[in-house]
Design a protein around this ligand. Structure first.
Ligand SMILES: Cc1cc2nc3c(=O)[nH]c(=O)nc-3n(C[C@H](O)[C@H](O)[C@H](O)COP(=O)(O)OP(=O)(O)OC[C@H]3O[C@@H](n4cnc5c(N)ncnc54)[C@H](O)[C@@H]3O)c2cc1C
Length: 382
């Protein structure tokens, strides 16, 4: 009879894990293929920030919040550490302060929990912030922190143990002709549904369909400190003024366009390299710092040290780190659709590509998979 499953998922990054989990929890038999012995793509290279505050108010924010619920479930079911740390945006210019105040005002009507905090109060609540020149802080309680290396490595084992998901790591899928999925090692599976969650690999499966989507690759440079001494805690994830120009959530703020114009004039190199600066602290006490955004079909394997300097210089204006020495540097590449929140296509009946949640895969993937299966089951029950 050969191998059979209800669902095949290609890709052991966060998108693939989300689709595999969502299918398994609905009683489907699932086989999960991953090229590497471990998934080593964007999903292990990120900050580990679950970041609803960056999503457009409304549907996108709600999608992130539904994803957030799944992260907390994963913590409870699989014992994967997920810290409810929240986030702050610390700003040092009047136009940035205007944006966060406008956002906090709009958030009330949009059902987004956040508040604008005065500098004196912020200095008490967030003692590691640079207080010199601090104009204000936007504080949000909803963001989560995971260690992506830990979460992406531990989730497949949880899926196998709890739901009997068949894991095929070290196995590249080279062909899908529904209902048949074929791997490079000759293994074949007959399935009802296939999900291609191949991240930034656009060439192995359905290259023509990928080319038609218009998605691009984006390279990001990252750094990490050693564990900070004496149990020092960053507390909430930290972002700054540049981040206000990066995420869609702030688009409705009237002061945003002028702030972005000033940023472009004052920080031309940051604009060139797509730099905005954030920091998170993982359970080991290491502070993860980034990032830059360089778009193109063939990201350079060589990192630009000047980008790292620009990131660290900006970080010093916001944060006083007890031990700022950098212990590791790396880059990651994700797929991004030019206009959509993520990209999905159906190259064959019941075979779906799901990719390119851009810089928000950790934030959105569980919600994306949950919504897809809800819609599918709703349609098929009706
Ligand atoms: C530096 C950096 C920082 C980021 N920070 C954050 C953050 O803090 N919060 C957030 O929400 N998002 C963040 N992101 C975005 C997030 O990491 C990505 O959106 C997400 O990881 C994409 O997940 P994925 O599963 O699509 O891709 P990947 O993680 O790249 O996974 C795809 C997997 O598919 C496998 N694969 C591909 N083709 C095949 C095949 N034919 N057969 C078998 N296996 C195959 C690959 O080996 C790979 O493991 C960040 C991204 C980067 C790079």
């Amino acid at each position: 009879m050969g191998n059979r499953a209800d669902v095949a998922v290609v890709g052991g990054g966060i998108v693939g894990l989300a689709f595999a989990w969502e299918a398994a929890r609905r009683g489907k038999s699932v086989v999960l293929f991953e090229r590497g012995g471990l998934a080593q793509g964007a999903s292990v290279r990120n900050f580990g920030m679950v970041w609803p505050i960056g999503q457009r108010p409304g549907e996108d924010y709600q999608l992130a919040m539904r994803s957030r619920e799944r992260w907390l479930e994963l913590r409870d079911l699989a014992g994967i550490p997920v810290r409810e740390c929240g986030s702050i945006h610390a700003v040092y210019e009047d136009d940035e302060n205007a944006v966060i105040r406008e956002f906090a005002e709009l958030a009330r009507t949009n059902g987004i929990a956040c508040e604008s905090v005065e500098p004196a109060e912020a200095a008490k609540r967030f003692p590691s912030l640079q207080t010199q020149g601090l104009k204000g802080v936007l504080s949000s309680p909803t963001e989560l922190c995971v260690d992506p290396r830990q979460a992406i490595a531990a989730t497949p084992a949880f899926l196998k143990e709890k739901y009997g998901v068949a894991l095929r790591f070290g196995t590249v899928v080279t062909g899908i002709e529904m209902p048949r999925v074929t791997a490079a090692n000759g293994e074949t599976w007959t399935v009802e549904h296939a999900f291609v969650c191949a991240g930034a690999d656009f060439e192995t499966l359905f290259p023509k369909e990928f080319a038609a989507t218009g998605i691009v690759r984006c390279k990001l440079q990252m750094m990490r400190t050693r564990p900070q001494p004496n149990g020092w805690q960053l507390g909430p994830h930290l972002a700054g003024g540049l981040t206000l120009g990066h995420y869609k959530s702030f688009e409705a703020c009237p002061s945003l366009p002028a702030m972005k114009r000033r940023h472009a004039e004052q920080y031309p190199l940051h604009a060139k390299y797509g730099i905005h600066v954030m920091a998170s602290q993982n359970p080991l006490g290491e502070v993860v710092i980034g990032d830059s955004h360089e778009y193109g079909p063939d990201p350079s394997p060589f990192d630009n040290l000047h980008i790292d300097e620009l990131i660290l210089e900006y970080l010093r204006t916001m944060l006083r780190l007890p031990d700022p020495a950098i212990a590791a540097k790396w880059h990651g590449v994700y797929a991004k659709h030019p206009t959509q929140l993520y990209c999905t296509a159906e190259p064959q009946p019941n075979c779906r590509i799901v990719t390119s949640p851009g810089g928000a895969g950790m934030t959105l993937s569980f919600g994306i998979a949950r919504r897809w299966w809800d819609t599918f089951e709703g349609t098929h029950r009706a």
